[in-house]
Design a protein around this ligand. Structure first.
Ligand SMILES: [Zn+2]
Length: 300
């Protein structure tokens, strides 16, 4: 089974509003102000999977600031996944932790009476509804692009709660502290992710783009312990690293902790797969990274 753990989709209606969203959504503008940054629909991901021979794909949402946009895109992703015969695994955007209407924040949500989208202003009720509608994770999260801290914040608390309560994986864009700048490099510092992971024990975390270099720091015992349930995806890896990253990362964290991811449509799934297959891995390593690890995480 080949599983792509990192692909981006947008509703067609959102793609059509691209210019307006560049003006109103800071994290979106970081990446999509470049006219060459492609946006794909769920149908386009499915066509790519057929072409590349990918069995399952995690389709991720984006770090939206506007709550209405969070709701609109989450509904699209969940609907596309529910109609995909299990081929698409939906990751949703996190509702704003402070909600839309002010008022008290972390009170327990009502057990009944909420609508499919949850009530505005009640992020926990929304997350409960998203999980009930089939969400498998939250992401791609870009805390620093949205101006909040993962540590000691309502947002970080909400994420840890959601992941534990509903067994949702958290997929973070993680930034390398060194190296060349690129659109969207800003996302999350590795030290912030390591701190969060240390406090959110047992939560399934996917640190995108080889975790911004965090695998190296698992040589430190306390970091290794903090990252015990963190996986590292390969998304867009060849734009950042030499192909030796596969072997080096396996030496550091083991093939069992690496997930194949493309970052489609930035990178085609066929190209990303070809690069993984050319990385000099053993059959067992390739099976683990290419799908077996994801199969276990998501119980496929
Ligand atoms: Zn990313």
């Amino acid at each position: 089974m080949i599983v792509d753990a990192h692909a981006h989709v947008f509703p067609p209606a959102v793609r059509e509003r691209r210019e307006a969203l560049i003006a109103s959504e800071p994290a979106f503008a970081e990446i999509y102000r470049n006219a060459r940054a492609a946006m794909a629909t769920a149908g386009e991901v499915l066509a790519s999977m057929d072409e590349a021979g990918v069995d399952r794909t995690v389709i991720v949402n984006f770090a939206w600031r506007d709550e209405a946009l969070v709701d609109e895109t989450n509904a699209y992703i969940l609907d596309a996944a529910s109609r995909s015969g299990g081929r698409l695994l939906p990751f949703v955007a996190m509702p704003p932790a402070r909600g839309g209407h002010g008022g008290p924040q972390f009170e327990d949500a009502p057990q009944t009476g909420h609508t499919a989208g949850g009530r505005s202003g009640d992020p926990r009720a929304k997350i409960r509804a998203l999980a009930a509608a089939g969400a498998r994770g939250i992401g791609e999260l870009r805390p620093e692009s949205l101006g909040w801290d993962l540590a000691d914040s309502d947002e970080g608390d909400l994420l840890a709660w959601a992941a534990s309560a509903y067994d949702l994986a958290l997929l973070f864009h993680v930034s390398e502290p060194v190296g060349h700048p690129y659109a969207g490099k800003q996302g999350l510092r590795i030290e912030a992710l390591a701190s969060f992971a240390a406090t959110a024990a047992g939560v399934t975390i996917i640190a995108a783009h080889w975790g911004g270099g965090l695998p190296f720091y698992t040589l430190m015992p306390e970091v290794r312990e903090a990252l015990a349930t963190t996986w590292f995806d390969t998304a867009a890896g060849h734009l950042l690293y030499d192909a030796a990253i596969y072997r080096r990362a396996i030496d550091l964290v083991g093939a069992g902790r690496i997930l194949f991811g493309s970052d489609f449509p930035l990178v085609s799934q066929a190209d990303a797969l070809a690069r993984a297959r050319a990385a000099g891995l053993s059959g067992d390593e390739l099976r683990a990274i290419g799908g077996e690890n994801a199969r276990q995480i998501f119980g496929l």
